[in-house]
Ligand binder design. Sequence first.
Ligand code: GLN
Length: 303
Amino acid sequence: MNYKVILQEIYNESEKLATLGKITSSIPELGKVDPDKFGIHLTTIAGEDFGIGDSEEKFSIQSISKALTVALAFSFLDEKIWERVGVEPSGSAFNSLVQLEYEKGIPRNPFINAGAIVIADILVTHLKNPKQDFLNFIRMICGSPKIDFNLKVAQSEKDTRFRNAALANFLKSFGNIHNDVDEVLDFYFHQCAIEMTCKELAHSFFFFANEGKTKAGVPILTKSQVKRLNALMQSCGFYDESGEFTYKVGLPGKSGIGGGIAALYPKNFVVATWSPRLNQKGNSELGMNALELLTTKTEMSIF
Ligand code: GLN
């Protein structure tokens, strides 16, 4: 497969869509990013790297971090994790509060904010120095000591935290947050404020495509656990657009409102895209389109 040529074609074909969508306004610091950035990086399981555009520029990974926190929490708790968060698509916006009331404080899945806040609580319980230990985990799976939080983004999230604070307090009222609410939110805002390039993101997601082992061969999850998290990304990774992403792209993946998407074809490749202009559901317009072109051109989707 000539990925270099295919990425170039996708990049050229994306130009005509370049003004679709809007950069997020919900986190003021993220609104300052140049909306016209666009990068793609693809890493094969054999270890080849292909990048194009702004693929080596850092951006805020935001909700993409939820796939990495749930992986670490799953490695601690295994199946017990599902006592506190479900595995069903929510069909509602990522920051929605409504289902929590009916479902007695058990969020539908770990990729909506409510579920990710419960996972953050689990990590605050299990890690000695939660933020630093999580950062070290990310650096290890990525194979780069250069990954860090953007503290301005974390502060901006804190300043505008009202919806996430409502979710965390509501969860706490059901007994599904075990630590101090502010500590859990602080952890959550920092995980969202991690910055990576498309290349670093593709390398960080490598273990999802490599039967649970990082690019350097470190085992993170078992084959069965990775199959389960990939299934969950497939059904819930794009909030109320997960069906659409499955329909158009056909790969498990996870998006974030910084405009990034990480997706993978098990045992074949990991791909990361970044374009800050989002559609109505909070997913990257250009990124989704680029991935649709990728699986169409390569005829490599899991379906
Ligand atoms: N930090 C963002 C929030 O909590 C993450 C949301 C997202 O990327 N969809 O609202």
